[in-house]
Each structure stands twice: as C-alpha cells, then as structure tokens.
Design a protein around this ligand. Structure first.
Ligand code: DGP
Length: 111
C-alpha cells in the first residue's frame, strides 16, 4: 500500500513533526487553512473514521487527548478539530486524520 501518511508516520516521508508517541503522530499541514493547522494521525492505517471499529476505541480516545494536549501546549483557547470522512466531505488522503486548526475566525455552520 502506498500511503503518504503511513510514510510520514514511519519517517520515510519528510514532515514538520510537532508530536509523536507510540500510537500517534502530529505534523504541520502542507497546505494550511489557518495560522495553526496540524494533522493528527494514528500510526495504524485506518482509511477513514467509518473504517474504525470497537477495537480502535482507545486509539480514537487517545487522538482526542493528544489534540487537547497540543491545544494546551500551544495556548490555543479556541480551536477546531475536524475529520473529513469520504470524498464528498472533502477527504483527499485515505488515512484517518484530524485537522487541528486555530488562529482565525471559523464560520458555523461550516460551508
Ligand atoms: P483532507 O482533505 O481532510 O483529506 O486533508 C488532507 C490534508 O493533508 C490537506 O490539508 C493537505 C495535507 N497533506 C497532503 N499531503 C501532505 C503531505 O505530504 N504532507 C503534509 N504535511 N500534509 C499533507
């Protein structure tokens, strides 16, 4: 399987890493949509949230806590955490990732 985010997770593809542990990697988005725009991914290849299952419950919880820690470490009071699930929702990379974005006003409802 040729997955760019698996490459980032195993270090074979360069990225600006901001956090890593045994389960998760976080790095700067190549095409930032906000002054702070990080991607948080599991090292395990899961194509999208709808492909995760009960066995991934602890991993998914851990990703949320990593997002919380990064927001805290970066002093982000307001932030947005999103995952695009499927092409129709804007997903372009088929490896589960959460966008952690901050530093500008966000519209809601999102367009
Ligand atoms: P999405 O559209 O939700 O699938 O988001 C994919 C994001 O991944 C998009 O904002 C751009 C980013 N991206 C794609 N390829 C790379 C890469 O090789 N390195 C980094 N740092 N980000 C990437």
């Amino acid at each position: 399987m040729n997955c760019i985010f698996c490459g980032i997770a195993d270090g074979s593809v360069k990225s600006q890493l901001v956090y890593e542990d045994e389960q998760v990697v976080a790095f700067k988005d190549l095409n930032p949509q906000a002054p702070t725009h990080l991607l948080i991914i599991p090292r395990k290849h899961i194509a999208r949230l709808s492909e995760a299952d009960e066995k991934d419950a602890a991993l998914l919880g851990h990703i949320l806590l990593v997002a919380r820690k990064l927001a805290q470490d970066l002093n982000l009071k307001d932030f947005r955490l999103i995952t695009n699930n499927g092409r129709g929702a804007g997903q372009s990379v088929d490896h589960l990732h959460f966008h952690l974005m901050a530093g500008r006003r966000f519209l809601w409802p999102a367009g």
